[in-house]
Structures are given as C-alpha cells and as structure tokens.
Design a protein around this ligand. Structure first.
Ligand SMILES: Nc1ncnc2c1ncn2[C@@H]1O[C@H](COP(=O)(O)OP(=O)(O)O)[C@@H](O)[C@H]1O
Ligand SMILES: [Mg+2]
Length: 315
C-alpha cells in the first residue's frame, strides 16, 4: 500500500538518510525504531512530502509523491515530533483550523472534529485553551490534529517523548485502538518497548540506514537468542522430559522445581508441543510464561551498541 524505495537525503555532504526502503501494508502497525540521529524524522519528512528526497521514491496505491503529492497527502496524517498547536485556541478551534486547511467544511468538519476529540480522550476539555493543557493532553491533541482529515495512514514521530507514564500509556493504547479500527500506523520511536508493544512489522535504522527489517519475531531473533519458556505443572515431569528431548526444536530442557523450562526459536510451537505431551501423560499445565528475545538484544547484536544509549545527541 505504501512503499518507500531507496530514499536518500544529504544535508551538505552528509547523508541523513541513505538508501532506505520498506513497505507498509494496509492495516499494518509498522515501527521505525532507532536511536536519536538515526534518520527517522528525515525519513518521515520525505514520506509525508515535507522534504523532497535526493534519491528514491515514495509510492502509495501505485502513485508517487513526486507526481501526485495531493493524492498522497490526503491519505497520510502526520503527528510531528514537536508539538504544532495554537496555544491561544481551544482544542476544538485547533482541530477546526487544521480541518479547513485540508479543505474540510460543514457537517463533515464537525463530525471529524468530534471523532478526533473522542479518540484523543479530550471531549471534556474542548473549551479550555491549549496553553492550560498538561503536556500529555497537548500530545493527545497533537495526535488528534494529525487525524483531522481521517487519513488511511497515520505517521507518528516519537509521540511519547517527554511525557508522564500515564499519558504515555494512554497514547500507546490509543494507537493500538486506532490500528484495530483499521487505520494503518507508522510509529517512530527510540523506545524498543513501545515498538514491541505496538508493531507487528518494523525497520531498525542506524546512521541513516535500515539495518534490520521484517516481522517483530524475525527481527527479534536476529541476535540468535531463543525464547525461554517456563511451564509449571502438577505431576511427574521427568516422565515426559525424555520424550520431549527427542524433539530438536526444544532446547535446553530441564525440570526445575515443578516447572519445565526450555528454549526455542518458535515459542508458540514449542508451547503447544509441550502442552500436548503433558496432556497425553495426564499432566495439567498450570502456568505458562514465555520470555521472547527482545529488540534491544537484536540492536546490540547488529551494532555493538545499546539502543537505549542512543546515538548522537541522545537524551
Ligand atoms: N535540517 C537539517 N540540516 C542538517 N542536518 C540535519 C537536518 N535534519 C537532520 N539532520 C541530521 O540528520 C541526521 C538524522 O536526523 P533525524 O532524521 O532527525 O534523526 P532521528 O529522527 O532518528 O533522531 C542527524 O545527524 C541530524 O543531525
Ligand atoms: Mg526524530
């Protein structure tokens, strides 16, 4: 649906983005993860048509940003990294203003404004001036403004930076709900937990380039780390240990104080195999815990650095 192919951008002679390609499918929740300075915002600026690439192309439904900027911009919503609101206006006035910028008027404008206020959880604060808002409320309104034209794709650039944990959770849940409603999401962050929570597919950027791309599971497993699975059960676990050891996909099997502990590259398949074996031996699985390899480990493996340490100008 949205295709980014071989995008590059230089500032003076330094590449901010170099040969970046990825594809976002309809209904995706796609993550763009990388430390500060990785080139995420520059990429987003090109995808939204705010910045023209030196090389490469952005295509949506077969039409390019270069030739059909209006077509793409109508279908893409941007929530910028820095808050872009008029703080002497109310939430409703801000939304109405941005709606008219998109050429939306009359009852459609009213409907869209009400929808945005509801989604952002700001229905009770519509008459308050934005400058009286907390940081978290401003962030939420900033997101609402990005959706005023009801875009197919919502692109969010680090929407949780600098806000309290409660507002952060609200935003993450809002993004998840929007995606469930069918809105395609591109979510940029340097927090791997957020991308892990929200995204099924992602690209990891570092120094302007994509260094990993694919499904969350594929990328997580780049470090070669295995998921660790713990299954507690009543009964004689040793009786099935030998049988399960025959299966080479189940690694490092142990009976640890009434719990079967093992590792696997495919946690879901491993759990179902073990649970099946248990039920065949009359054992009742009680508690199942899966610890997947994480994106932090993948980033460390790929770059030799910690993601949370950030890059240039890390916060
Ligand atoms: N307008 C600009 N002029 C010069 N350099 C820039 C400009 N915008 C970004 N850069 C540089 O490009 C690189 C990528 O920046 P950016 O896309 O903002 O990264 P991120 O969003 O991942 O933190 C950084 O080294 C940054 O300093
Ligand atoms: Mg940025």
């Amino acid at each position: 649906m949205l295709e980014v192919s071989h995008l590059s951008k230089r500032f003076s002679d330094k590449y901010a983005v170099k040969n970046v390609s990825f594809q976002v499918n309809q209904g995706d929740s796609f993550g763009l993860l990388g430390p500060n300075g990785a080139g995420k915002s520059t990429t987003i600026s090109m995808v939204t048509g705010l910045l023209s690439p030196d090389e490469g192309e952005v295509t949506m439904h077969g039409k390019t940003m270069r030739k059909h900027p209006k077509f793409l911009k109508q279908r893409i919503g941007l929530v910028p990294q820095t808050i872009a609101l008029y703080d002497t206006l109310t939430a409703r006035e801000n939304l109405e203003f941005w709606g008219t910028v998109y050429g939306i008027t009359g009852s459609k404008l009213k409907d869209n404004v009400n929808w945005c206020l509801r989604v952002a959880g700001l229905e009770d604060n519509t008459k308050q001036l934005v400058k009286k808002y907390s940081g978290g409320m401003q962030r939420r309104l900033n997101i609402a403004v990005g959706m005023i034209h009801r875009p197919e794709v919502l692109i969010m650039d680090e929407p949780t930076v600098g806000i309290d944990p409660q507002s952060r959770n609200h935003i993450l849940q809002t993004v998840k709900d929007l995606n469930k409603q069918g809105i395609t999401v591109i979510y940029t962050s340097h927090y791997m937990e957020e991308v892990q929570f929200l995204c099924e597919r992602l690209a990891i950027m570092d120094h302007g380039q994509v260094i990993a791309y694919g499904s969350l599971n594929d990328v997580r497993q780049l470090a070669g780390t295995l998921a660790t699975i713990t299954i507690e059960a009543q009964g004689d676990l040793d009786s099935i240990l030998k049988e399960l050891q025959q299966d080479l996909s189940l690694k490092n099997l142990q009976n640890r104080d009434g719990a079967l502990v093992l590792q696997s590259t495919n946690a879901a398949a491993a759990v179902s195999k073990v649970v099946l074996a248990m039920s065949q031996h009359g054992l009742q699985p009680a508690n199942i815990n899966v610890e997947e390899p994480n994106l932090e480990a993948a980033f460390l493996h790929l770059t030799g650095r910690q993601l949370r340490d950030g890059g240039e100008g890390a916060v």
